[in-house]
Ligand binder design. Sequence first.
Ligand code: ADP
Length: 542
Amino acid sequence: MVARSASDGLVKSAANYVPLSPVQFLERSALIWPDKIAVRHGALAYTYREFEARCRRLASALAVRGIGRGDTVAVMAPNVPALLEAHYAVPALGAILNALNYRLDARTIAFCLAHGEAKALITDAEFAPTVRSALGELREEIFVVDIDDPEGPRSEALGSVRYETLLAEGDPGFAWPGPEDEWDSLSLLYTSGTTGNPKGVVYHHRGAYLNALANALAFGLTPDSVYLWTLPMFHCNGWTYTWAVTAAGGTHVCLRRIDPAQVFTAIRNHRVTHLCGAPVVLNVLVHAPAEAKIRFEHVVEVATGGAAPPSAVIEAMETMGFRVTHLYGLTESYGPATLCAPQESWHELALSDRARQMARQGVPMPALAQLIVADPETHVPVPRDGTTLGEVMLRGNTIMKGYLRNEAATTAAFRAGWFHTGDLAVWHPDHYMEIKDRAKDIIISCGENISSLEVEECLYRHPQVMEAAVVARPDPKWGESPCAFVTLKPGGDGATAEELIAWCREHLAHFKAPRAIIFGPLPKTSTGKIQKFVLRERATKL
Ligand code: ADP
């Protein structure tokens, strides 16, 4: 590496230039806090010394099996230590971690394994039926490892070795090679693929390092932090918290599934200080049965994103003693790209007004270089007037390398030197942006744009509404009209469609009020997004 800069003649060398990699966070924390608990899982607790040794064992055992630089290792698991360990062991070999969305069906899992050219798969017994049939569809045989989690179900082994046996074979002092270059790929994540085959988003070491530090900073992680894994680690590598918590020297508390009783118990027993989740996860906590809601005396920080959090949900969480941070981002931006940075003056506001400020998606994360809200064709930024709609575009080191083996999609996403998010927003005079809709979700009624999020925000403020989603329904007169799907609060007084429509007409411009309201549970993805495409289909058939 010789790069002499023309102006001063100084040279880049091993002394002043090292590839950034999040693996370094583990090495450092294990040096400083060897006896501190790094990972908890049920009755298990690993110190940082043990956590590092387990990661080194895994890396060395994989290396013995022929896994090396540029190879893909897939993991199909809930939030268990094995998946966290893979976040260090695999990139430390220069290999690529493919954390799979365990809710996907066998055909899609087979697609991901084949498209990502996975050489190995580490899999949890819970998903054995799906994985068995996915493996059956593959043309090439891959090395399969079975996780034997004491907290999980038992099943017959699919692979040739159990995870703990593999670790026992490994070398706890293994000197892993690390990446050669910070641009080397470290992670592959498939988008949900609601239309056609999923796209494989590729991250590099540099971006993961930077976004992990930015998240640690934005969310206030310290060595005293205890982070509860309520966000799936397969979702943008847990929004890079898989590395951020380790960077801070905090404790990871694993959790196989989101059960409000377990969440509140973990908060109390482990004195959890931080957790993340989609707004629907927050809503599950808000509406948990009274006996599950164990009181806690300390402040618990909650970061939410992945979908727009209605201000009513933020308000209810704050009332319960949580402090909410609102994040926005995409798989393509390593999870969080913006946050709604709180301003001191907001503390003087009434909670409902403050929650409305916080429901905005905000300003760039510390590691994002630039954000604009702009015309999608001309790329001219919209005025900061809080009303003109434009597309959110991002640029910087925490944007994916591209989509694996999909040049057309990569070129389209990166046109004109910006990453196009496909999200429509307004830009406020204080530089905070506010998402109004995904481009494909906006409702166009008689030539006027209706933000589905604005109508949902209004419905969530109705005292009987627990969840709401608004989609476009074809309308012979208006082109499209808003159609709302609503779940009412259990044990409440209920509400009729007419009452909810009247409520919206009272609080919104009349043309934005839904013309139809359908009651019932809402379909959701594994990352806690309401599946609007399913609702759109239902609305069309009404
Ligand atoms: P998928 O594309 O599979 O849904 P992503 O996590 O990449 O998975 O989804 C990113 C999208 O989620 C964004 O483009 C945006 O539409 C939505 N989103 C994420 N965070 C927020 C937020 N805080 N507010 C509104 N929408 C959000």
